[in-house]
Design a protein around this ligand. Structure first.
Ligand code: AP5
Ligand code: MG
Length: 218
């Protein structure tokens, strides 16, 4: 069976930071719906421009747009050995659509690591985040500074502050998470797939906990 892992957690929990490292350790791709939207926006595609109307105010992009985008992505050949999903699903409708997609492709969700971090920490993380233009690598001004200011050490591209990391948009994203995404914690708990990970530790320690968990089941 081909295994998919869903990284669940609020904005700023460290899904992107961890998914990138863990995916490369496991030799499977990281699929970040937020990164795909931002890549589309950078290339000024119709999808990117439409999605950005929601992203910039901290709302979710409508399910139909998001689901068809991810459906196309996971049928790509590089997912033949599984993938880490980062930021998808984010609503019950997306979770059900994912279940259907995986049945169609003969895959299944193996584990859902739920990265927990206290809310006050989330705001500090997001307000100091720096994101790389080319591939979405993530840094933090204080907690994980780049070796050279303003430059991504992985691909040399420019680091920038995401438009949706402004304080008022961050607050909205956290509320939207609580209203629309938090119910997925129960959804996956009831199916015996959810495993809580303490995200309020050093980045390397969180990585070690995740790798332990995923290798155990991979
Ligand atoms: P998306 O890009 O997915 O944003 P998000 O869920 O809001 O999550 P973030 O990327 O903000 O946080 P993260 O958990 O990845 O944390 P990170 O590793 O960067 O989505 C953006 C928007 O796109 C959404 O608002 C929505 O509009 C739309 N969208 C995306 N997917 C969608 C979907 N499925 N349906 C509908 N709409 C969708 O870390 C944060 C910071 O903390 C960094 O600076 C990092 O260096 C630092 N940090 C990480 N770990 C630690 C640690 N252990 N200690 C200290 N600092 C740490
Ligand atoms: Mg992210």
């Amino acid at each position: 069976m081909i295994d998919f892992f869903v990284f669940l957690g609020p904005p700023g929990a460290g899904k992107g930071t961890q998914a990138k490292v863990v995916a490369s350790k496991l030799g499977i791709p990281q699929i970040s719906s937020g990164d795909i939207f931002r890549e589309n926006l950078k290339n000024k595609t119709e999808l990117g421009i439409k999605a950005n109307q929601f992203i910039k105010i901290g709302e979710l992009v409508p399910d139909d747009i998001t689901i068809s985008m991810v459906r196309e992505r996971i049928t790509n050949a590089d997912c033949a050995s599984g993938a880490i999903l980062d930021g998808f699903p984010r609503t019950p409708a997306q979770a059900m659509a994912l279940d259907e997609m995986l049945v169609e492709t003969g895959c299944e969700i193996n584990k859902v690591p739920y990265i927990r971090v206290p809310e006050n920490e989330l705001v500090e993380r997001l307000s100091g985040r720096l994101t790389c233009r080319a591939q979405g690598h993530v840094f933090h001004k204080k907690f994980n500074p780049p070796k050279e200011p303003g430059v991504c050490e992985h691909d040399g591209s420019e680091l920038y502050q995401r438009e949706d990391d402004k304080p008022e948009t961050v607050a909205r994203r956290i509320r939207v998470y609580e209203e629309q995404t938090q119910p997925l914690v129960d959804y996956y708990l009831q199916r015996g797939l959810l495993v809580e990970i303490d995200g309020d530790q050093q980045i390397d320690q969180v990585t070690a906990d995740l790798v332990n968990l995923l290798e155990m089941v991979a």
